[in-house]
Design a binder for this molecule. Structure first.
Ligand code: AMP
Ligand code: FE
Ligand code: FE
Ligand code: ZN
Length: 281
């Protein structure tokens, strides 16, 4: 491996969920900034993995198959990333398809709530920003609201209407953290607690560990160094692997975040070793 390429990014979205870059653009961008490996972790969708791999093939960029799933715990949610999953598993793909279909129905409800408040947004306008077989979500809706002139910014769309809680927020299909972790483990993935610093519910970590959580995202664009240190310490206490990524959504949140969090390649090496120990020995 080229010694300049020592950083990785284990949390990247494409336009198969709510990122704005195609998988090919994601791979090209990662190559441009000389990352050694990236994980494609779309919400509820794994279809961006193969095109990203094809673009990166023989160019010195490793593509780690991943996914980001959301679980409900009472009135809050946690996001769990699955790394090194067997992404071609047909059972897994069927489950994801059901979750994505439920996202479409949920989007319809959010649009209706907005319409009832006099916001003339149309379902087609939201769906036009999402790929046909992709995972449609609130970031698409926020972009549609902004582009339609209904809000001054994407941020304002969340703050006024679709943030949690907000007048037009609707829950996704309810899946428990145990179900999410089971799903990832069934396809031999490493379940990682995503951006715990954004979730403000560290008390759930022991419960997640009981269900089979194996890692925690200590480095994330929204974690300052004290948050990172805090989660490194928790990782050590609970025997969890360290993960890290930018949560890049292309230009969906302003500008590309890929590579802005310096994640060492050693994190990935340990994750790979854990996968071998857990599933192959
Ligand atoms: P969903 O899974 O459809 O509920 O959408 C959640 C996604 O919306 C997150 O993964 C983020 O990408 C995005 N998101 C949530 N809150 C905000 C916010 N306040 N500003 C920008 N993006 C947000
Ligand atoms: Fe997202
Ligand atoms: Fe997330
Ligand atoms: Zn994410």
């Amino acid at each position: 491996m080229n010694s300049a390429r020592k950083y990785i990014d284990l949390h990247v979205h494409t336009n198969y969920s709510d990122g704005t870059f195609t998988p090919q653009e994601v791979s090209r961008y990662a190559l441009e900034i000389e990352l050694a490996a990236i994980a494609i972790t779309d919400h509820d969708c794994v279809d961006g993995i193969l095109p990203a791999m094809e673009e990166a093939k023989d160019r010195g960029l490793e593509i780690i198959p991943g996914v980001e799933l959301s679980a409900e715990i009472g009135d809050f949610e946690v996001h769990i990333i699955g790394l090194l999953i067997d992404w071609q598993d047909s059972w897994f793909n069927e489950q994801l398809k059901k979750i994505r279909n439920a996202r479409i129905e949920r989007m319809q409800k959010m649009v209706e709530k907005l319409n009832s408040l006099g916001i003339g947004i149309k379902m087609e306008e939201v769906m036009a920003l999402s790929r046909d077989e992709g995972a449609v979500g609130r970031l698409h809706l926020a972009r549609a609201l902004h582009e339609g002139g209904f809000t001054h910014s994407i941020r304002q769309a969340f703050a006024r209407f679709i943030g949690r809680p907000g007048p037009c927020y609707v829950k996704r299909m309810i899946i428990s953290p145990k179900e999410v972790i089971d799903m990832i483990r069934r396809v031999k993935g490493i379940p990682v607690f995503a951006h715990p610093g954004n979730m403000h519910h560290d008390e759930v970590i022991p419960e997640l560990v009981n269900y089979g959580l194996m890692g925690i995202e200590v480095l994330h664009i929204d974690h300052n160094s004290s948050a990172s240190n805090h989660y490194k310490q928790l990782a050590q206490e609970h025997g969890l692997l360290l993960s890290g990524g930018s949560d890049c959504h292309g230009v969906g949140k302003g500008y590309p975040l890929m590579g802005r969090v310096e994640v060492p390649y050693s994190f990935l090496e340990k994750i790979k070793e854990a996968k071998k120990r857990e599933y192959e020995e």
